[in-house]
Each structure stands twice: as C-alpha cells, then as structure tokens.
Design a protein around this ligand. Sequence first.
Ligand code: DOR
Length: 428
Amino acid sequence: MPAELVLKNATVIDPTGARPNTDVAIADGRIVEVGENLDVEAPTIIDATGLVVGPGLVDLHTHLREPGREEAETVESGSRAAALGGYTAVVAMPNTEPAIDSAAVVRHILELGTKALTDVHVAGAITVGRQGKQLAPLAEMAELGVRLFTDDGAGVQDTRLMRRALEYASGLSVTLAQHCEDEALAHGGHMHEGEWSSRLGVPGMPSEAEELMVARDIALSRLTGAPVHFLHLSTRRSIELVRDAKAKGLRVTAEAAPHHFTLTHAETQTYDTRFKVNPPLRTDDDVAAVKQGLADGTIDAIATDHAPHTQEAKEAPFDEAPPGMIGLETAFALAITELGLPIERVLALLSWQPAAIAGIEREHGGPIEAGRAANLVVIDPTATWTVDPSKTASRSRNTPYTGRQLTGRVVHTILRGDLVVRDGEATR
Ligand code: DOR
C-alpha cells in the first residue's frame, strides 16, 4: 500500500496501551495502517527507534491573546509554540479584547485557526464581556462548535447566574469551566496568603478564595445535573473536594497546571514577576497534593494556562505586573521530569483525557489505528534539554523555568499527516 509518511519501529502508546516495534503509515491526513514491519513505500520514512508515538497533546487552557494583545501572542505564534510542545489542538481562552463572547469573535478566531500549526478550538465566555452580569449567547457559539465556556481570568461570582448558566449549558450539551476565585475574599491579593506573603509584605489571597468556589460549584453541579470543569486547581482542599465529589458520582472534572506541581510561593522571594500567576504558587503541601491528584485520577488533565505577557508588562513592580507564565513548550517535559508517572499516564493527562473534556476526542487523543486522523506526537522520553526562553516560538518570554534541565523532548508533531514539527523545528 502506498503512503505519504511512515514512522518506523516506534513504541506506540494510546488509550488502548503500549505496542513496541510498531510502524505507523499515514496518507491523506489519516492513519492507514499500524503494525510490525509494515511493507509500505512512502516518500518520507522516519526511523522512530527508541521513540514513542502518541496521539497529539491537547491543551485545555491556552491564552492566545488575539484579538487585542497581539504584541504578547497571536493565534499563529501561540499555535507554533504549541506544535513545538507536542500539541495538535489547543483551546483558546476568551479573555481577549474584545472577549470571545459572541459568534462573530468565535468565527474570527476559528478563521485564524485554519492557518495555525495546531487545531484551534475556542472557549466562549459565560457572561457578556466576562463581566459576570448577563449570560453570553452560549447557543450561537455552541452552534459554531464551541464546547467549553468560561470567564477565565475571573470566576462567575453571582451564584444565581452560575446556576442559570449551568441549566442553559446542560440543554446545549456543553461544559462550563470555572476559574475558582471568590473575588471578595481574594481582593487586593497578589500572591498566596501565607508565610511568604507575610515576609515579603505583599498582600495575599487565601487558599479558601479558591476552595469556596470549588465547593459552591460542586453544589451547583449537584443541583443542576450539569457538568463542571475546574480550571487550574492549586490547593490541597480543592483537590479533596473534587475527589469527594467524584466519589459521589457528580459530573466534575479538573485540571492542574505544570507550575502548580513544580513551583512554590517561596519562588517569589526575589519579587521576580515571572513567578506571579493566578491562582498563585502555593505551599509544598499543595504541590504534593496536586501531584497526588494527578497520580490517583482526581485531576483529569494537565493544562498549561499558557499566559504570555510582554517584557514591558512583566517589568512592572510585583503588585502591578499581570499574572501568568508561558507553558506550551515545557509542559510535557515538566510532567515527565517531575511527576514520576509512567509515560502512559502522562500522555493520558496531556492527550486523551483533555481531548474528552474538550469534546474533540474524535479527532484528537484517540487510539492510533487505521482510519483515524493522523494527529500525532513523536517523543524522545529520555532526551534531556535546557529551557532557553530566547528559543521560544511564543512572542513572549515569561517563563519561570529558564536554565532548568528537563527530561523528555518533543521530536516531531504531525497535524493531519503534515509534519508541522520535524526534529524539534517548525517546518512552516
Ligand atoms: O495567571 C493567570 N494569567 N491567570 C489567569 O487566570 C489569567 C491569565 C492571563 O490571562 O494572563
């Protein structure tokens, strides 16, 4: 059988398990054959001995900044960073300017996404302008394929409005995702409230500001029967609340960001704004709880919260600088390096579990078998490399991991059969 691209002699890992010494043949954007020693001709044959082929990674939480803050990121530059990080799909967050709160803005992003290096899906806002006052037109956005809605950057504060939104979302078969932060309690805080905020004299946000909203939305999910996805959980008790809700059979899912399992609030002691993020970096005990939640299945996905900011913006004093750090090119390696989980589990957390939450499992994260779209990542699980922000494809450089040595490297990324990343370099 003729093919366009063949990956030879890889370990294939997907939701069905691991297959050593396996070839994957690709034509017309699809996988056409998978097996040992395939007898197939192709213009491009890649020796993948020692490498892992998995379904492409899926990021539930990417800030692409377009429209409005193109100096920090664009759909093109963000998707390029994503492809280099092994992603074949990202979900763009709606806290843009204007917010993604209407069919017109959704269409605009989807149109830009057609030229991107990954698939670009959109999370729509729950409320108009993310102002928390009035429901956004969820139905007209859902009609364009939007499956996740969130006011990320802020939580929906009004409990009655959140209940209505959940009831509405339930009828549309879409999922609401919450940035859990009680604004009244977190008000004026710039870091985790605890030992380091006291020492540094920086106002803090208590863990309870996150946990109150997690508890509230678990209650609202029970009341309405609608699913809730919890964004970037960062505290031990948030994770315990989700574990308990899942044990009771409630329809909740959760994600954690790499910085919440790799860094603590002690990093902020130099007032370095690269460590300012929201939810803030927390304690050693919280980091241990996030790792445990990822290991035991309480947390379903690792999501980057890739939040590019210009150098100028991050040069402001700690209490004035915007929160956020870039993360698309380091997420996979941080997970391999820091979690101590088998690569099958890491891929579940970065690929097929988030694909299911995003509602894109037909195209991404699925089993590697004939007939499926060829959205794949090829990984060297043992290669080491050092994080160098000058090499990022993002328009922003605000990584806290400069100089860190990591294990696990993305070698190739394949989007519908197209080698968008080859040997660690973008091909277009
Ligand atoms: O650190 C963060 N940055 N947290 C958010 O919720 C928003 C994000 C951003 O958009 O910069």
